[in-house]
Design a protein around this ligand. Structure first.
Ligand SMILES: Nc1ncnc2c1ncn2[C@@H]1O[C@H](COP(=O)(O)OP(=O)(O)O)[C@@H](O)[C@H]1O
Ligand SMILES: [Mg+2]
Length: 263
């Protein structure tokens, strides 16, 4: 479904600030995979999403989605197939439009209808979707999204993404800015929407427990590379403690390698 092959990305090449953010990353996802991604700050997680989403051209390597080579596609073209929800709750929705208009934006794109022509059927459909979120939004279709709480906005962003039936959904710490109770609720909504739509999904999270319990595969990134890729029994047997040990060991090994290279 998604094939990332030998992808490299260096920022500010040839300057003192040179940063190799993706160092020969390869990754293959099957349709319906729900992969959680963990790793320390600066590991390259968001850069991997940016490479897949088309925020920049990669320096080397290729990206295929659903059999198509999208490596040289512009981001807006990839956006038809790739949905993204960011940590920033202000990013995914248009604040001055109503809930209904935001959902219509996503829906009309998919249904190839004219913009904002929200029929009664559409409205009923949106209401049913919102009811499932259990956030009381089904009675607030005409409320401006800017008036909603962060958690409610993330839920609407998720709904917009899933309504569009993307081939791939990228969630970049989308619950990190929410209070713990709301984060848990939005996470539950995420799982429900992803499973209902059978959407191939990648989710970056700092919550190691969530990373191991949600989805079917967990990837750990460090210093621009994938250092651990868990699925099946290996993943089922993994604990947060052992995951932390794996991380420390991988970092130590990396540090030792770097020292060797410096010599
Ligand atoms: N647009 C950019 N310009 C320059 N450097 C960047 C850019 N995006 C990311 N980086 C750098 O690349 C590295 C990886 O960043 P990022 O992918 O955001 O990490 P993560 O999401 O894992 O915390 C960091 O050192 C970061 O500063
Ligand atoms: Mg990030």
């Amino acid at each position: 479904m998604l094939t990332v092959k030998n992808v490299k990305k260096t920022f500010y090449p040839g300057t003192p600030n040179e940063k190799r953010a993706l160092n020969d990353v390869s990754l293959e996802l099957d349709a319906g995979d729900f992969v959680t991604i963990i790793g320390s700050n600066g590991a390259g997680k968001s850069t991997l999403f940016n490479a897949i989403g088309g925020a920049f051209w990669v320096d080397a390597g290729s990206i295929h989605l659903d059999g198509k080579n999208i490596t040289s596609w512009k981001d807006y073209k990839r956006a038809y197939d790739i949905g993204r929800v960011f940590q920033d709750t202000l990013k995914g929705t248009a604040p001055n439009l109503t809930i209904e208009e935001n959902l219509a934006l996503a829906y009309t794109r998919k249904a190839k209808k004219s913009l904002f022509a929200v029929s009664r059927d559409d409205r009923d459909f949106f209401r049913t979707l919102l009811e499932k979120l259990n956030l009381g939004l089904e009675d607030r279709l005409k409320a401006k999204v800017g008036q909603l709480s962060g958690g409610q906005r993330q839920a609407v962003s998720l709904l917009m993404c899933t309504i569009a039936e993307p081939k791939l959904l990228l969630l970049d710490e989308h619950t990190a800015a929410l209070d713990p109770a709301t984060a848990e609720k939005v996470l539950a909504i995420t799982v429900e929407l992803v499973e209902a739509g059978k959407i191939t999904t990648m989710m970056i999270t700092h919550d190691m427990q969530a990373a191991l319990s949600i989805g079917n595969r967990t990837i750990m990134m460090d210093d621009g590379g994938i250092i651990l890729d868990l699925s099946g029994k290996e993943r089922a047997d993994m604990t947060v403690d052992r995951l932390l040990t794996c991380y420390t060991e991988a970092s130590k090994k990396k540090l030792a390698n770097d020292r060797m290279l410096l010599r």
